[in-house]
Design a protein around this ligand. Structure first.
Ligand code: ATP
Ligand code: MG
Length: 138
């Protein structure tokens, strides 16, 4: 069980002005923000972040979308952070996401799905370190 996970508020949610509402839900669910910044990823950087999906048919679309505007990246702390945060965000496809989840409330489609959440402790660490130096992680 880890106590940290990594999230991004994706470009669709940024454009719609949902950043504050999503951060509010994250805090209300008991997560502490221990690092945060707004970033506009280049295509190259988005491609590097999602390299694990390079062979998937949606990779080009994903990289184009994630570099289409600013995101908010953050590291979150809570007991059982990775699993609990995946519950808070809901299924990848908002049509399948449970009521009250961030994706149910704010995501438009499987591609433009408002938020990212790490899928394992190992990836949470890798992804947090991708965006934040040690000095930026509190
Ligand atoms: P994330 O990693 O963003 O938290 P996830 O773990 O729920 O999402 P993954 O399988 O890791 O889902 O897919 C990464 C991202 O790729 C998804 O969040 C979504 O934006 C995009 N994606 C996944 N499947 C599709 C698809 N079939 N068509 C378009 N985009 C997709
Ligand atoms: Mg994933």
């Amino acid at each position: 069980m880890s106590n940290r996970t990594f999230t991004m508020i994706k470009p669709d949610a940024t454009r719609k002005g949902n950043t504050g509402a999503i951060l509010q839900m994250i805090n209300a669910a008991g997560f502490r923000i221990v690092a945060m910044k707004m970033v506009h990823l280049s295509e190259a950087k988005a491609g590097e972040f999602y390299a694990v999906h390079a062979q998937r048919p949606f990779y080009g679309e994903l990289v184009g979308f994630m570099s289409s505007g600013p995101i908010t990246a953050a590291i979150l702390e809570k007991d059982n952070a990775v699993e609990d945060f995946r519950k808070l965000i809901g299924s990848t496809n908002p049509a399948d996401a449970a009521e009250g989840t961030i994706r149910k409330l704010f995501a438009a489609s499987i591609g433009e799905n408002a938020v990212h959440g790490s899928d394992s402790d190992e990836n949470a660490k890798i992804e947090g370190d991708f965006f934040f130096s040690k000095l930026e992680q509190f």
